[in-house]
Design a protein around this ligand. Structure first.
Ligand code: 6AU
Length: 259
């Protein structure tokens, strides 16, 4: 049962290089917090990461919302990743045929393979999408496959979730883990459960996002890496809020592996 295993132990069980690295970073930095930097200015993003970088294991970007994207931004982002020892997840949510996804992954303005350690991807188009990402990954990249979503009314069914996990098992060198909401969604302890929809109080936004508390997400629902966006980014003091989330989430993990 992966709930009671330590991140160190699980790193040894991962077949994907990024999953191993991420488990080890969490263990070393004692944080399972992923910050979702959903800001539209590159300066704002870099300023925020300068403050919260030491408190997170993973930084999640939506690069296509940045208004002043440049290669300098990527250079600075990579410098921060080295300085503070975090990985970079581009939340691209690929969802097209393999050929198109291969082009989106390696080309265009953003050249995602050049800087992102891992990306998110929908399973909807079937195996071709994983073949495409695998062919461009050089064995040193990762993919988080969406098996469930946090927003109310989403169309994912239990069967879709199961088939998604089966599809991933064939590509365990490539798959870092799943974006999902429940501890029983997958079994293999080498995969990482990335769970968004988290704030200190359970609530909703006005566009369907559903927030659960750290206790619920880590202790009941099996979240391994916890994605927090507006809970930190929109706080009056993002740095102290990041520390609060980090400490709260880490305590939940310690309780989980002790219990
Ligand atoms: O904490 P928030 O609501 O400000 O931000 C949550 C972040 C957003 C979403 O694009 C993303 O998490 N997300 C995802 C991911 C990570 O793939 C899946 C999902 O089901 N729900 C969700 O919110 O950047």
């Amino acid at each position: 049962n992966r709930m009671s295993l330590t991140y160190e132990k699980r790193a040894e069980m991962s077949k994907n290089a990024i999953a191993k690295q991420l488990f080890n970073i969490m263990a070393v930095k004692k944080t399972n917090l992923c910050i979702s930097v959903d800001l539209t200015s590159s300066t704002q993003i870099l300023e925020l990461l300068e403050k919260v970088g030491k408190h997170v294991c993973l930084v999640k970007t939506h690069v296509d919302i940045i208004e002043d994207f440049s290669s300098d931004f990527i250079t600075s982002l990579k410098e921060l990743a080295n300085k503070y020892n975090f990985l970079i997840l581009e939340d691209r949510k690929f969802a097209d045929i393999g050929h198109t996804v291969a082009l989106q992954y390696t080309g265009g303005l953003y050249n995602i393979t050049n800087w992102a350690d891992c990306v998110t991807c929908h399973s909807l188009p079937g195996e071709g999408i994983l073949k495409a990402l695998n062919s461009k990954s050089n064995c040193d990249k990762g993919v988080f496959l969406l098996a469930e979503m946090s927003c109310e009314g989403n169309l994912i069914t239990p069967q879709y979730t199961n088939e998604t996990v089966k599809m991933a098992e064939k590509y365990s060198d490539l798959i870092t883990g799943f974006v999902c909401q429940h501890k029983d969604t997958f079994k293999d302890p080498g995969f990482i459960q990335l769970t968004p929809g988290v704030q200190l109080q359970s609530s909703k936004d006005d566009l369907g996002q559903v927030y659960n508390t750290p206790e619920k997400v880590v202790l009941e629902n099996g979240g391994d890496v916890i994605v927090v966006g507006r809970g930190i980014v929109s706080a009056k003091n993002p740095e102290s809020e990041a520390v609060l989330y980090k400490d709260t989430l880490w305590k939940c993990y310690i309780k989980r592996i002790s219990g």
